[in-house]
Design a protein around this ligand. Structure first.
Ligand SMILES: NC(=O)c1ccc[n+]([C@@H]2O[C@H](COP(=O)([O-])OP(=O)(O)OC[C@H]3O[C@@H](n4cnc5c(N)ncnc54)[C@H](OP(=O)(O)O)[C@@H]3O)[C@@H](O)[C@H]2O)c1
Length: 252
């Protein structure tokens, strides 16, 4: 069966690595980006040069109208969406609770939680066998931060990812009998555009890696492989699960 995968936040980091690897496995790939136009187009060009099929779609998942357009354009160009990866995410502004800013919090949750939930709504409408769809698989990219409330200064981000995990479990149960599997993937600290500025500081990196059982940060491809497994038929009995790809989590 033809497989069409939509990836939000697909122009960088974990999303980009998932896009490239999915194309090699025969998926047609729609790569959503917010500001990274040239990065998205470069991935599309690479995929097409290797004989794959991909498109780049602008859109901000904090805006419902953009989400609806993303799904419509993907289907118009590539056919019915069979898989969705919600990788778009923001870490907001790091800071303690007494430094919280309401507008920053609202945008964090609009992107990481509400946007992700609305993408799941659009996917479920199309994939559900109840609505005439053929089923599908969804992976929501959460974070190990959800398990401990985040490292210091990341409580808001951790809360948004905790919401992703809780939503994923509930949503998975709602659509399990309608052919849709939904899982969350919780990366630990991974080297990507989101973290590279902090990880470039040797002292910070050494301190951080000492707190990880495997004593190293992860690479985007290590997360992408776990996502692709959850999307695949090999994971056919796995739904409502939280898969940690985190080098063992935290040494506490
Ligand atoms: N790297 C880690 O250590 C780590 C650990 C745990 C979980 N995660 C999660 O993994 C996911 C991917 O992150 P990453 O590490 O691959 O970092 P990344 O390279 O910064 O990827 C995040 C992507 O999301 C996009 N994005 C942000 N807000 C968006 C919006 N409103 N609409 C559409 N796209 C938006 C970003 O594009 P713009 O730059 O244009 O906004 C960026 O391309 C995120 O959900 C993140 O929370 C990462």
């Amino acid at each position: 069966m033809s497989k069409t995968l939509l990836i939000t936040g697909g122009a960088s980091g974990i999303g980009a690595e998932t896009a490239r690897r999915a194309a090699v496995r025969g998926y047609k790939v729609a790569i959503n980006f917010r500001t990274r136009d040239s990065q998205a187009r470069a991935i599309v060009a690479d995929i097409e040069a290797k004989g794959g099929r991909a498109i780049a779609l602008p859109g901000d998942v904090a805006h419902e109208a953009d989400i609806i357009r993303l799904f419509e354009e993907t289907e118009r160009t590539l056919g019915p969406i069979t898989q969705l990866v919600n990788s778009a995410g923001s870490n907001g502004r790091r800071g303690r609770v007494d430094e919280y800013d309401a507008a920053v919090l609202a945008n964090l949750f609009a992107t990481n939680v509400i946007g992700l939930m609305l993408c799941c709504r659009e996917a479920a409408k199309r994939m559900s066998t109840k609505n005439g769809g053929k089923g599908g698989a969804i992976v929501n990219v959460s974070s190990m931060a959800a398990t401990i409330g985040g490292r210091l200064g990341s409580s808001a981000y951790a809360a948004s990812k905790g919401a992703v995990d809780a939503f994923t479990k509930g949503f998975a149960r709602e659509v399990a009998a309608e052919g849709i599997r939904v899982n969350s993937l919780r990366p630990g600290m991974v080297l990507s555009e989101m973290t590279e500025a902090r990880l470039k500081k040797p002292e910070f990196r050494a301190h951080l890696e000492a707190s990880i059982p495997m004593r190293r940060v992860g690479q985007s491809h290590e997360i992408a492989e776990a996502i692709l497994w959850l999307l695949s038929d090999e994971a056919s009995f796995v739904t409502g699960a939280m898969l940690d790809a985190a080098g063992g989590g935290y040494i506490i």
